[in-house]
Design a protein around this ligand. Structure first.
Ligand code: GDP
Length: 484
């Protein structure tokens, strides 16, 4: 292949000297410039948990793949250390998400701290016992699933806020299903405990129907009773988040080059394009040449959530940066390159490609393409979001769908509920690559237009139960009659 330790170091984002040393310890004597045989490269690849062949042939403009590879390399790295958890707060409207986020943000700013107030940079860190937790500042499942739909999975833990005086409501259930579909663990915060008539037992009972079983009942879901308004037990909630994070063994290798995700971005009059980033692995330094989505540049000024200028950002840290050639989009990935020239050429190439493709390639699962997609992607499950006019129909359809088993592929009901097909259903379907079945219901106007702009989320409407089941079955067998 003609690669030497220097080339490998570049590919793996390691010092060439480290590669030489690793090889020495594996019994291969070499220097940085000597070209290596296939076996030596394979040894290094195995050591860093990477498929060398793939790595060598990769296209450097494919930053999604670069990002994935670096994520994988970090996860296999022996230099991993604990990283703070990243939390999203979800729940029904008016149950106290914003109040909780505000309280957390303000309790952290002590009087003597400069500025006195945190900056709005899309996320902020809170410390308890000197251990940080990162909170994403946009509550709710829509933001969560929008990010996910665009390929960004940055949330480690969901805090589900449920008002003790109101109980489980439609958006509570939606939030549960969004979190479950993303396989993100849920911590339940029963809020408004200060309100007379607060009934946490009732809320717990309701939530147990959704498989959120507290430890007292033999489950493993953490419940905390809080008041976002008075601050009661909010510290306890933070402790529980840390406990859950410990169980998950969240780690990162801060020695690597940074990878991260854009939370928000905007154009500032004085400072040009500004992007709020969440660093996920590695450490980002001022001056690093970066590609962010289809943009590029060099990190010029980096600011933390307290409005302080910083020189570096470590895993799970949110920072605001300037220095990009243009405004990126939220959920865009960040990759660091060795030099500005490469970053520029990759960024320019990507911008050009994006222009050419612009949105044509988002293709969701539909009943019409289901059979081919199943074959192509080796699917074991077909995701369905189900809405119907009455609970009886929801249950009947749910049971029938779950019984369908065609060639080892089964139907997974990601969310089922009563009512019109709404925007949340479309976001969830898009993020989970599912399609939507409506029984005796219609999509709302916004849901319909969103389904179209989201790259064609398939909404199927039925008024006869067996027809819906037959269609899904036929589609799974590749025998669906075309619709006219
Ligand atoms: P969101 O829609 O989930 O973001 O809910 P908000 O945070 O906007 O809260 C809705 C209302 O509930 C506001 O009037 C809050 O002041 C109130 N609220 C939130 N948390 C509590 C609480 O713990 N106790 C009481 N009594 N009121 C609360």
């Amino acid at each position: 292949v003609g690669m030497n330790a220097q080339d490998l170091g570049k590919l793996l984002h390691r010092e060439p000297a480290e590669i030489v040393k690793k090889l020495f310890m594996l019994g291969v004597m070499t220097n940085q410039n000597q070209s290596l045989d296939k076996d030596a490269i394979e040894l290094i690849a195995v050591e860093y948990g990477i498929n060398a062949e793939e790595k060598i042939h990769e296209d450097i403009s494919d930053i999604d793949t670069l990002y994935e590879k670096q994520m994988e390399a970090s996860q296999n790295s022996k230099l991993q250390v604990k990283r703070p958890p990243v939390v999203t707060i979800m729940g029904h409207v008016d149950h106290g998400k914003t109040t909780l986020l505000d309280r957390l943000r303000h309790t952290q700013v002590s009087a003597h701290e400069a500025g006195g107030i945190t900056q709005k940079i899309g996320a902020y860190q809170v410390k308890i016992d000197n251990k940080p937790i990162t909170f994403l500042d946009t509550p709710g499942h829509a933001a969560f699933s929008n990010m996910r739909e665009r390929g960004a999975e940055i949330t480690d833990i969901v805090v589900l806020v449920v008002a003790a005086d109101d109980g489980v409501m439609p958006q509570t259930i939606e939030a549960i299903d969004h979190a479950k579909s993303a396989k993100v663990p849920i911590i339940v915060a029963i809020n408004k405990m200060d309100v007379p008539g607060a009934n946490p037992e009732h809320v717990t009972e309701q939530l147990m129907k959704y498989n959120l079983i507290p430890e007292d009942y033999g489950g493993d879901t953490i419940y905390v009773q809080i008041s976002a308004k008075t601050g009661e037990n909010v510290d306890e909630l933070l402790q529980m988040i840390l406990l859950q994070a410990d169980l998950m063994e969240l780690k990162a290798d801060p020695k690597q080059k940074a990878i991260g995700t854009v939370i928000e971005a905007r154009l500032s009059r004085g400072r040009g394009p500004v992007a709020d980033l969440l660093i996920q692995q590695g450490t980002l330094h001022t001056g690093d040449p970066i590609v962010v989505g289809n943009r590029f540049g060099r990190v010029r000024v980096m600011t933390n959530d307290r409005g302080r200028q910083v020189e570096k950002a470590t895993p799970s840290m949110p920072v605001e940066i300037t220095g990009l050639n243009d405004v990126p989009e939220s959920a865009d990935k960040i990759v660091v390159f060795d030099d500005e020239k490469t970053a520029r050429s990759v960024g320019e190439q990507r911008a050009q490609q994006a222009l050419q493709q612009s949105r044509e390639n988002v293709q969701h699962v539909t009943l019409d393409n289901l059979f081919d997609t199943m074959k192509k992607e080796n699917m074991k499950e077909v995701g369905v979001v189900l809405k119907a006019d009455v609970q009886g129909s929801v249950e009947a359809l749910q049971q029938s769908f779950e019984k369908i088993d065609v060639e080892g592929v089964r139907v997974n009901i990601i969310h089922a509920g009563v009512g019109a097909v709404n925007e949340s259903d479309v976001t969830l379907a898009a993020a989970s690559n599912a399609f939507i079945i409506g029984f005796n219901v219609r999509p709302t106007v916004t849901a319909k237009s969103q389904a179209e702009t989201d790259g064609g989320v398939d909404i199927r409407l039925y008024s006869v139960i067996y027809k819906a089941i037959d269609d899904v079955k036929a589609a799974m067998q590749g025998m669906l009659e075309p619709t006219y």
